[in-house]
Write a protein that binds this ligand. Structure first.
Ligand code: AMP
Length: 115
């Protein structure tokens, strides 16, 4: 069996993170290298899905839960407005192959996220 992902190790509290939300099936925490004033990762507790395509096919309800949590966190930290990003594949910048959404907000500008 492969090693647990860095996110599974955060879920297991083996490595620290600034956790902002936890439900039965999801966790959300601050990205260690934030690209915007608000930059959280929203991560299913299962690592069975490597990316959003697999998640949408395998458990669309869980994908909808990510969106619902994104809105809740944006309401709390980013006046309700946000950008939700799923890097899919190494050439698109994905480095952790345990599906996760980047929630970006808090005053986005071209210089914080490129466009
Ligand atoms: P991606 O490049 O889309 O796979 O996103 C992976 C994200 O995980 C990057 O934005 C990293 O900064 C973030 N990251 C990696 N390790 C940690 C960690 N220990 N705690 C919080 N965020 C992390």
């Amino acid at each position: 069996m492969s090693e647990p992902s860095v996110f599974s190790r955060i879920i297991a509290r083996e490595i620290p993170a600034l956790i902002v939300r936890e439900t039965d099936r999801l966790i959300a925490f601050k990205d260690i290298a934030p690209k915007a004033p608000v930059h959280f990762l929203i991560v299913p507790k299962t690592e069975q899905y490597a990316n959003i395509t697999e998640l949408a096919a395998g458990d669309p309800g869980l994908l909808a839960e990510i969106v619902a949590v994104a809105q809740e966190l944006a309401d709390e930290y980013s006046n309700g407005q946000y950008r939700l990003l799923f890097n899919t594949g190494p050439e698109a910048g994905q480095t952790v192959f345990h599906v996760h959404a980047h929630l970006l907000g808090g005053g986005l500008t071209e210089s914080t996220i490129g466009f």
